[in-house]
Ligand binder design. Structure first.
Ligand code: FAD
Length: 446
């Protein structure tokens, strides 16, 4: 049995400069992979023991993939890493004066600190939505959502009360960015090909999938061409798209929209916004819009030897006055680039500014349907974009086993339409509210 007093970060003493990386996402991992253990001691902290491939998370939530297929444990990724140390610990604070990071277990000094903590869901201060909605940011979220969807169908098949059954069958997705659109497409596919066979007593003509977006088009960060093509594709699949509309409140039973409309639903999926996963101790003047302001070398403004990369970093430039987009490529490229700059720092050479190379954006909407905005104002849509999405994502997925599992899953699903991972493994506890009515209680992780 371990007692808290027995715990220690157990990082060996070193004569080399110590680089501490908080977060092993796209940014942190690409930094660590490109740093040399001969030059630095590399210490990576993460609150989970794996690197997740979030672009495929919606497939876990909709029973298409097993969670292990989209993640790779850090200890496996870096099993040959020279002077590399991973610790499964959440970082609670940073002290730039003493050059230490704080955890519940203890403190550690750094020579260079890299904050690569990404983002967390933003509920815009609405506690009720935070309590009852289903976000999709991490693997536990995807398993929660998958369990909720199938539990709602199971319950619907037990219920005689028509309005209550309808609320089990209604799914509302808040936010029509890539995650919302991908989820909507996958749910429509499931409604057409999987659910009627599984639940023969239920009429899935009555299952409504709403996609609610505050902007006046779907995929607001992509081109208008991609947005309107995607909307048509989704509407053909029977998705009810509501533009210029926000989900303003949700009490676990009723989603209230900014138009005044109320949709009874047991499942509100929240993909309407994110904000930086900040660490205490970063001064307020270095933070803007929930992200950490960095210069063109990813140095945090006003904090020597502290860097931020990826989604948490706000790097403004002439071309990107509001900062780089919160997608995987800036994080990957900044991670690699910073590794080069840290090596330059060590050799007292001048740092090189970061230049983002936009490789384009892809979003998948369903079988044979995807859109892509490529450099040079090129737009892809339909089957060709879909095939491109599949290969690009297999290419970037970490681990040979994962590539094989995902690829064979896709082939199997393409021919059979099956979504095999339909287990409810995180059943939700039903409780009575004050009015004596039942509602679903869920567990919120921050
Ligand atoms: C569902 C979903 C779908 C997406 N789809 C796409 C897509 O199709 N294409 C695309 O380009 N981008 C997509 N993105 C965005 C992309 O995943 C992010 O831009 C990218 O992950 C950013 O990388 P990062 O390294 O900054 O952060 P992340 O990859 O989020 O990694 C941050 C890491 O920090 C850890 N962490 C956070 N706080 C702490 C702490 N206090 N202590 C210790 N560890 C901590 C987290 O556990 C995590 O491992 C998607 C994101 C999501 C959530």
């Amino acid at each position: 049995m371990l007692y808290v007093n027995d715990l220690s970060l157990n990082i060996p003493e070193t004569t080399k400069p110590r680089v501490v990386i908080i977060g092993g996402g796209f940014g942190g991992v690409n930094l660590a992979k490109n740093l040399s253990g001969k030059d630095f001691q590399i210490v990576m902290f993460d609150r989970q023991n794996y690197n997740g491939f979030w672009p495929m998370l919606y497939q876990v939530a909709t029973a298409g993939l097993e969670p292990d297929a989209i993640a790779e444990p850090f200890r496996k990724m870096f099993d040959n890493g020279e002077d590399f140390h991973f610790r499964l610990v959440k970082i609670t604070g940073v002290n730039p004066v003493t050059r230490t990071i704080t955890t519940l277990i203890g403190e550690l000094q750094y020579d260079y600190l890299v904050i690569a903590t990404g983002t967390k869901s933003n509920f815009f201060g609405n506690e009720s939505i935070k309590k009852f909605a289903f976000p999709l940011k991490r693997i536990p979220d995807a398993l929660n959502l998958r369990s909720q969807l199938f539990q709602a169908f199971e319950q619907a098949s037990l219920i005689r009360d028509e309005p209550l059954r309808q609320s089990m069958l209604n799914v509302v997705i808040a936010g029509a960015g890539p995650t919302g659109v991908e989820l909507a497409g996958a749910l429509a596919e499931m409604r057409e090909h999987v659910l009627p066979g599984d639940y023969r007593g239920l009429d899935f003509e009555k299952m409504n999938i709403y996609l609610v977006e505050g902007n006046n088009r779907v995929l607001p960060l992509m081109s208008p061409e991609s947005g309107s093509w995607s909307q048509q594709f989704l509407e053909k699949k029977g998705i009810i798209v509501k533009l210029g509309t926000r989900v303003e409140d949700y009490d676990g039973e009723l989603a209230r929209l900014s138009t005044g409309e109320e949709i009874p639903t047991q499942t509100l999926i929240w993909s309407a916004g994110v904000t930086g996963a900040l660490i205490d101790g970063v001064p307020a003047e270095s933070i803007e819009n929930g992200r950490i302001l960095v210069d063109q070398f990813n140095q945090v403004q006003g904090l020597p030897n502290i860097f931020a990369i990826g989604d948490i970093a706000l790097m403004k430039s002439k071309k990107y006055p509001k900062g780089l987009p919160g997608v995987a490529q800036p994080a990957i490229q900044q991670g690699k680039h910073l590794a080069g700059n840290l090596a330059r720092l060590l050799r007292r050479k001048p740092l090189k500014p970061f230049n983002y190379f936009n490789k384009g954006t892809l979003a998948v909407i369903g079988r044979n349907g995807a859109v892509g905005d490529l450099p040079g104002k090129l737009h892809l849509k339909g089957f060709f974009a879909w095939i491109t999405w599949l290969f690009v994502h297999i290419y970037y997925l970490v681990g040979f086993r994962n590539k094989l599992v995902v690829f064979s899953n896709w082939i199997y699903r393409f021919f059979t339409y099956q979504r095999s991972n339909r287990l409810i493994i995180r059943p939700f506890v039903r409780q009575e509210d004050k009015a004596g009515q039942e509602f679903i209680r869920r567990y919120q992780e921050d």
